[in-house]
Design a binder for this molecule. Structure first.
Ligand SMILES: *Cc1c(COP(=O)(O)O)cnc(C)c1O
Length: 502
C-alpha cells in the first residue's frame, strides 16, 4: 500500500515515510492509494481475537511495509497500559423493550494512561515512528514538539516517554490549563521528556511552536546535534490508522453480546473536533463494515453541522469556549481526506477548496460531492444545556456516567432518532473519562462546585456516583513534580536547543 497527497500528484511513498513526514510537501495530507476491502466473513474472524490481535489484523492492511511481528510489538507496547482487559470496552446502554433493535453501545476509548481517547493513537504512534526511522535508515533522533491546550500534551508525553530514538517536548500556556491537566503533565516520568510552561495563552504557545518549525538557524544547530524536529498531530496517518481498529472491534462486540447479528447495519455517532475520529469510522465503512450512517456530533462551534447541511464550509464565525474544549475547533483538518476520497481523488479540486479556506476562510463543494456526503453523513450540534441534560439523564436512567464530549454524541444521536425515527443499533464513541471533566459533570448532576478545587472534585464525584477514579488521576495528588520550567515565548527556541543537547 502506497500513500499519495490530497493536493497534487506526488510520487507514491510507503507508510513509514508518510508517518515520518506527517504532512506532504505540497501541504496536503497523506491518503492511501486505495481503501482495502474486507468481507463479512473476515470481520467474523475478529470474534476470536483480542484487541491487540484485531489491531494487527487492521494495521497490516494499511501499513504493508511493516512486518506482522513489528505490528504485533507495536500493539502490545501500545495497549498493555490500558487498565481494562478489553482495552476498548463496549457498554450497552439502551435496550428499549418496545423496540428490540435499538441498542446504543458506548465504545469507551479512554481506558489508556491519560484517560482520554487520544491515547489509543498516541500510545501506538511513537512505536510506529521508531520502527519507521529504522526502515528509512534515519539515524537522527527525532524531537516531537507539541503545543497543547491540555489533553494532547499529556497523551503525547505518555506515548513517547522512554521510546528509543525519540524525545518529546510539550509547551503549555502558563495558567491556561486545568489544575489536573497541569499536574498530569508536570509529573510525567521518562528520560526523554520535557514540559515547559509558556507565559501567554495557547495561541502564543502554538505560534511559538510553528515558528520553531520554520526556524532555519535552529534547524542547522539541531542538525549538528543529530536531532530532527517532528510533530505528532492528528493529521498524521500513524495516528489515524489505529483509530479504525476500534470500530471493527466495537461491531464485533455488538455481535458477540447478541445486540446485532453478523451483517446487520449500525449507525456510528462521534463527538467531532478535528474530524480524525469520525474519519476513522468512514474508513471502516468504506472497507466494508456494515454502517448505515455516520453521525457527526458537534458543540455550538457548529461549523461542520453547517457544512454538511449546506455544502459550505465557513470558518468566519464567532468562536465559543465550551464545556467540551476538545471540540472547540473551527478548522477540522482531517475533513480534507474525506473530500479527497469522495471526490474520486480530485486533488485539483481539493487544492482549490483548501486555498479558498486559507485566503477567504470559506469554500463551497460542488453538488455531486454534496450528494455523496449526504448519503453517508448526518450532522447535528448540541448546546451546553443539552449536553448537561444528557449527562444527568443517562446517569439517572442507567447509572451511566459520561463526560461532556461523550454526552454530545449521545444527545446528537437522540436528536437524530427524534427526527428520523431510525432506531438502527448504534455505536457511540465515548472519548474521555468523566473524571477528566469533573467540574462540568458535577454541575450537570446538580452539584455546586463553588470553592471545590479540581482534586477535591474527583473525590466528590466518586462519593456521589461510586464510579471508580482512573488510577492515573487518583495518584496525581501524591505524584512527584518533575517539570517546573516556565519561559517567555521568545525563549522557546533556546529551550528546545537546550533540551536537544541533553
Ligand atoms: C480530541 C477529542 C475529540 C475530538 O476528536 P477528533 O478526532 O479531533 O474529531 C473529542 N473528544 C475528546 C475528549 C477529545 O480529546
Amino acid at each position: 500500500m502506497k500513500y499519495i497527497s490530497t493536493r497534487s500528484k506526488i510520487e507514491p511513498i510507503n507508510s513509514a515515510e508518510a508517518i515520518l513526514q506527517g504532512l506532504a510537501e505540497d501541504g496536503g495530507l497523506f491518503v492511501p492509494e486505495n481503501i482495502p476491502k474486507v468481507s463479512l466473513e473476515e470481520i467474523g474472524t475478529l470474534q476470536a481475537k483480542n484487541y491487540e490481535q484485531r489491531a494487527v489484523w487492521l494495521l497490516k492492511k494499511f501499513l504493508t511495509d511493516y512486518t506482522e511481528d513489528e505490528l504485533g510489538e507495536c500493539a502490545e507496547l501500545a495497549y498493555n497500559w490500558f487498565d481494562v482487559e478489553k482495552r476498548v470496552p463496549l457498554i450497552v446502554l439502551i435496550q428499549d423493550p418496545k423496540n428490540p433493535v435499538a441498542p446504543v453501545g458506548s465504545l469507551e476509548l479512554w481506558h489508556g494512561p491519560t484517560s482520554a481517547f487520544k491515547d489509543v493513537a498516541l500510545q501506538m504512534l511513537p512505536h510506529l515512528m521508531r520502527m519507521a526511522l529504522k526502515k528509512v535508515g534515519e539515524t537522527k533522533e527525532i524531537l516531537i514538539l507539541v503545543a497543547t491546550s491540555g489533553d494532547t500534551g499529556k497523551a503525547a508525553l505518555a506515548g513517547f516517554a522512554d521510546v528509543p530514538q525519540t524525545k518529546v517536548m510539550v509547551f503549555y500556556p502558563d495558567g491556561g490549563v486545568s489544575k489536573i491537566q497541569r499536574l498530569q503533565m508536570i509529573t510525567q516520568r521518562g528520560s526523554n521528556v520535557n514540559v515547559t510552561a509558556v507565559r501567554g495563552n495557547f495561541d502564543d504557545a502554538q505560534t511559538g511552536v510553528k515558528k520553531i518549525f520554520g526556524d532555519e538557524n535552529l534547524r542547522v544547530e539541531l542538525d549538528k546535534l543529530n536531532v530532527k524536529l517532528s510533530s505528532a498531530n492528528s493529521i498524521n496517518w500513524g495516528r489515524l490508522v489505529p483509530q479504525i481498529v476500534y470500530y471493527f472491534s466495537g461491531y464485533v462486540e455488538l455481535v458477540s453480546t447478541n445486540q446485532i447479528k453478523p451483517g446487520d447495519e449500525i449507525i456510528i455517532s462521534v463527538p467531532t473536533g478535528n474530524f480524525g475520529n469520525i474519519l476513522a469510522a468512514y474508513y471502516a465503512l468504506k472497507m466494508g463494515l456494515p454502517v448505515k450512517r455516520l453521525i457527526c456530533a458537534s458543540n455550538v462551534n457548529n461549523v461542520l453541522t453547517e457544512f454538511f447541511a449546506t455544502g459550505t464550509y465557513n470558518r468566519n464565525r464567532e468562536f465559543f469556549k465550551t464545556i467540551t474544549p476538545s471540540m472547540d475547533i473551527l478548522i477540522s483538518s482531517n475533513l480534507e481526506r474525506l473530500l479527497y476520497h469522495e471526490s474520486g481523488g480530485d486533488y485539483e479540486q481539493i487544492n482549490r477548496y483548501m486555498s479558498e479556506l486559507n485566503s477567504v476562510g470559506e469554500y463551497k463543494i460542488d453538488k455531486t460531492l454534496k450528494e455523496r456526503l449526504d448519503k453517508i453523513f448526518y450532522a447535528e450540534y448540541v448546546t451546553e444545556d443539552e449536553t448537561r441534560l444528557f449527562i444527568k439523564r443517562m446517569y439517572d436512567s442507567f447509572k451511566y456516567l459520561m463526560d461532556t464530549h461523550t454526552a454530545v454524541s449521545i444527545a446528537a444521536l437522540s436528536k437524530y432518532r427524534g427526527k428520523t425515527h431510525d432506531f438502527t443499533p448504534v455505536l457511540s464513541a465515548s472519548t474521555a473519562s468523566p473524571y477528566k471533566f469533573t467540574g462540568a459533570v458535577l454541575t450537570a448532576l446538580g452539584q455546586s462546585i463553588d470553592g471545590v478545587d479540581d482534586l477535591a472534585q474527583l473525590k466528590m464525584l466518586n462519593k456521589l456516583t461510586s464510579v471508580r477514579i482512573p488510577k492515573n488521576l487518583a495518584s496525581l495528588s501524591t505524584a512527584e513534580i518533575l517539570h517546573e520550567d516556565v519561559c517567555d515565548k521568545d525563549d522557546m527556541p533556546e529551550r528546545v536547543l537546550k533540551f536537544a543537547e541533553k
